[in-house]
Write a protein that binds this ligand. Structure first.
Ligand code: AMP
Length: 594
């Protein structure tokens, strides 16, 4: 199958608004694709040559620019100028490198090299896979040469999509959920089967493998999908409740309470000597935490999947340090230095798999017991836990947790399963204190900005944040964030957001006529913010009409807490959560008055 056909379909999907229409186009594509190709297409869309043990493509933007410059015979600085990189003015950046390659190829009418025939999907896939596999000395040069060779053979549209695959920035506005819908329609003829497929996907998030299994074995094959060590399992999430009484009631009077550590969630996979660490949004973060990886490697078991919260600690006192210190581990360079300077400790709280046995359907109590046995003797920590059956004990344990530098408690139902990918009522987080009204933070997806004036000229002055509505798969704007930015944050925003700038609003973003950003962004980056209060608002569309007709919910005086690199846009605070926070706040305000 020709790669040109794929490039054409992606162009169509990109210019189509509306998720349903995009799904239709995907279905058409999959229907015309042979079973052996469907996984490759999915891996190409993800910019990753498969999950299992394959390295990432590993070409940084700078190198991709070099390759494009070389192929088109222009200088790197000229290309950077075209990208608006040199002016430092985010306003001037409206093109991404992929789009630039497309227009360069069109305008220079550079002859596409057809000597070897038109590109096929398999060729592009295999080339990117071999680019990913180059390692060791001289590998960067080899990667570049291979990319250049590929680009020389590409048509304008093909060049655009190859660059976007390499950069991992696909920009067609289609989430995994929509791909699951398209797969269900293509291979089972009915969208309702999405649920069965999604259940399999939640325990084995290799979308290519899911697609291949469906193509060859249909739904029966999907029902047999099991955990694979090395492929991340979608993480289980919790709900919130405003009072301890309500939490205990929900759990029939008794529950397991654990310290809620303020760090980064890690799902650690051990398969013999191979260790892979995944973040909450299922990205590989093994390289950033080699010290944690070594500790996992020392566990005396062949195959293990465990989960915990990785927290910064003071190595001398063993006291927990603030979340921000973990950010030093985010940089991929100088990691050896960062390991020594910023120590971390993994506090484990769940066991998902051990030596061929899945623990997902075991009770929390039992998982916890086996977890304890599994990590006995390890330098890693076990999340502090107490079984409580009354408000006093809950409050005392909460106080202990806060005094230790944690942010509250996670209450867990003793007999609950690990429900992969679900935000269920088996885990309930409790972060509220009665003194403050809104102590919990809110995670917002940034979808647009106003350009700065005065001191902030040339930067994004304020950002529009949106919550996520999983029912419609849309982002509903909830407020404008303009406080809590340091100069460093503003610089970081320029770098992060300029490459996400869109000419038109993303079709998944819900705005209202009174919201007028200067620029729109692809919804990708999640910021954690803290506000004073959740208020009813006639301006913002988040959760409109739920509490009062014509009004949405907004956040008063939102301040930036941190950039949540570990969260995907779909992990942002949901519409239901925002409504719940509003109602909690009302309950607490009512209590304060009495
Ligand atoms: P939130 O990010 O506010 O939705 O809270 C849920 C997060 O708390 C989880 O994703 C974990 O990263 C973190 N967490 C900290 N301690 C625990 C624990 N003992 N059990 C489960 N999650 C925890």
């Amino acid at each position: 199958m020709k790669f040109a056909l794929l490039a054409k379909t992606f162009n169509k999907i990109e210019s189509t608004s509306g998720t349903l229409a995009k799904i239709d186009l995907l279905v058409k594509l999959f229907r015309g694709t042979s079973s052996d190709l469907v996984d490759k297409i999915i891996y190409l869309m993800a910019g990753h040559p498969s999950w299992m043990d394959e390295p990432e493509i590993g070409i940084a933007e700078k190198s991709a620019i070099k390759a494009v410059a070389q192929v088109h015979g222009i200088s790197v600085s000229k290309l950077e100028e075209k990208l608006g990189k040199l002016s430092g003015q985010p306003e001037s950046i409206t093109v991404d490198l992929g789009a630039l390659v497309e227009s360069l190829k069109k305008s220079t009418r550079q002859k596409t090299l057809f000597d070897e025939g038109p590109l096929t999907i398999t060729e592009v896939y295999e080339s990117l896979k071999s680019i990913a596999r180059f390692s060791g000395s001289g590998s960067s040069a080899k990667k570049l040469r291979s990319l250049e060779a590929l680009l020389r053979r590409a048509s304008p549209a093909e060049g655009k999509w190859i660059i976007r695959m390499v950069e991992g920035k696909f920009r067609i506005g289609i989430a995994d959920k929509a791909i699951l819908d398209a797969l269900a329609i293509t291979y089972t003829g009915d969208k309702v089967n999405r649920n069965v497929i999604e259940t399999a996907y939640n325990i084995c998030t290799d979308l290519g493998l899911i697609a291949r299994t469906l193509a060859y074995e249909g739904l029966d094959g999907i029902k047999n999908i099991r955990i694979r060590v090395g492929v991340p399992i979608k993480m289980m999430l919790g709900q919130r409740l405003p009072t301890i009484e309500e939490i205990l009631k929900k759990f029939g009077g008794t529950c397991g309470c654990e310290f809620k550590y303020d760090g980064i969630r890690i799902q650690a996979h051990k398969k013999g000597e191979i260790i892979t660490l995944f973040s909450r949004n299922l990205e590989k973060i093994t390289k950033q935490f080699p010290d944690v990886g070594e500790q996992i490697k020392r566990l005396p078991h062949d195959q293990v999947i465990v989960e915990g919260e990785c927290v910064a600690i003071d190595p001398e006192t063993q006291k927990l340090r603030p979340f921000q210190e973990l950010m030093h581990r985010r940089r991929k360079f100088d990691i050896d230095k960062a390991i020594k300077q910023y120590r971390v400790k993994l506090f484990l709280f769940d066991l998902l798999y051990l030596n061929g046995k899945s623990y997902l359907n075991e009770k929390y109590e039992d998982r916890r017991r086996v977890l304890e046995e599994t990590i006995a003797g390890s330098e890693m920590g076990l999340a502090e836990q107490r079984i409580v059956d009354n408000v006093d004990d809950f409050e005392n344990f909460l106080e202990e947790s806060l005094n230790s530098g944690c942010e509250g408690l996670m209450a867990k139902a003793l007999n609950s399963k690990y429900t992969a990918g679900a935000r269920g009522w088996s885990w309930i987080k409790f972060k509220f204190s009665y003194q403050e009204q809104l102590t919990d933070t809110i995670d917002l997806v940034i979808v647009g900005a106003l350009m700065g004036r005065g001191k902030r000229a040339g930067a994004y002055g304020s950002l529009f944040g949106a919550i996520y509505n999983p029912d419609t798969d849309q982002f509903e704007i909830s407020c404008k964030i303009a406080s809590g930015f340091t100069d460093m944050d503003l610089e970081q925003f320029k770098k992060t957001f300029s490459s996400l700038q869109l000419v038109n609003k993303d079709s998944r973003v819900i705005d209202s006529p009174t919201i007028k950003p200067d620029v729109w962004f692809e919804p990708k980056v999640v910021l954690e913010v803290k506000g004073d209060e959740i208020t009813l608002s006639s301006k913002y569309p988040a959760a409109r009409d739920v509490i009062r007709k014509g009004y949405g919910l907004s956040i008063r005086f939102p301040r930036l807490v941190t950039i949540r690199e570990d969260k995907k846009p779909e992990d942002a605070t949901t519409r239901d959560e925002l409504i719940q926070l509003y109602e909690t706040q009302r309950t607490l305000q009512g209590k304060a008055k009495n």
